[in-house]
Design a protein around this ligand. Sequence first.
Ligand SMILES: Nc1ncnc2c1ncn2[C@@H]1O[C@H](COP(=O)(O)OP(=O)(O)O)[C@@H](O)[C@H]1O
Ligand SMILES: CC(=O)N[C@@H](CCC(=O)OP(=O)(O)O)C(=O)O
Length: 285
Amino acid sequence: MKISNTDKAQVLIQALPYIQKYYDKIVVIKYGGNAMVDEDLKQAVMSDLVLLSLVGIKVVLVHGGGPDISEMLARVGKESRFIGGLRYTDKETAEIVQMVLAGKVNKNLVAHIEQSKGRAVGLCGIDGGMIKVKKLEGEVDLGYVGEITSVDATAIRDALADGYIPVIATVGTDENGEVYNINADTAASRIASELGAENVILMTDIRGLLKDKDDESTFIPHVNVSDVPYLKRQGIISGGMIPKIDCCVEAVRRGVKKAVIIDGRIPHSILIEILSDEGVGTMFA
Ligand SMILES: Nc1ncnc2c1ncn2[C@@H]1O[C@H](COP(=O)(O)OP(=O)(O)O)[C@@H](O)[C@H]1O
Ligand SMILES: CC(=O)N[C@@H](CCC(=O)OP(=O)(O)O)C(=O)O
């Protein structure tokens, strides 16, 4: 079907109020490893970020890379173990996490942005002392998994002021300089609140929060943060969805106006989410 010029113009002009709303505002986008399904899709997502950045939105990209980490661990004969959505991280795993996230995944995303004629700079939580952590203490010992104690967003702000899209890998250091693995959803939430971001958008491989995770027709479009403890008790939220939901709740509590989980496998879902009134995922308020 051929789209008429009038229809094309209509689509563009409909984006105007959203461009005005978000102009000069910070939007933190977390791109999960499970949504990085192929290089073409990744390229399409990065082009969307370049477009958003060129219309004046301050885009900050925080990325995951869980599947890449698991693949590298398997190559060296190590099995991946997750407890409550978090990876058990021994010393050797922490080194591999740093190599894969800050090296392979981070530079690959920067290269894709540059390929779309955007400007990006790759950073990790170690750079500029950005993310400081202490060992996460809980019922189960997760090894070198960090709980964020502080975020210094200076390097991110400087990159934005210079017109770059900061691309951030989520490893951080403790007071002794030891490197820790940080869940990327958790880090995105803290970075968003530290930056006073307008929105935090989590791109994953599922439509959003589902009542039954194996049935997309049970999709939940809106969640009130006060309902989350109940949803958790009911067992509706499990695995990798746990840090995501916690991230959204935490971001909203800390003043981020909107936290959304969207399907990163749908081409241009991020443009539809930001530049139209069609909510495409689960919104937390
Ligand atoms: N209630 C739920 N609704 C949607 N997804 C859920 C739910 N509970 C668990 N999940 C799982 O969470 C996964 C997303 O988390 P994760 O695999 O960590 O993604 P990412 O790599 O994007 O961070 C989904 O693919 C799904 O299998
Ligand atoms: C502590 C912890 O679990 N860290 C994550 C960091 C990467 C991540 O969060 O990647 P996704 O967003 O693709 O899941 C991990 O090791 O897998």
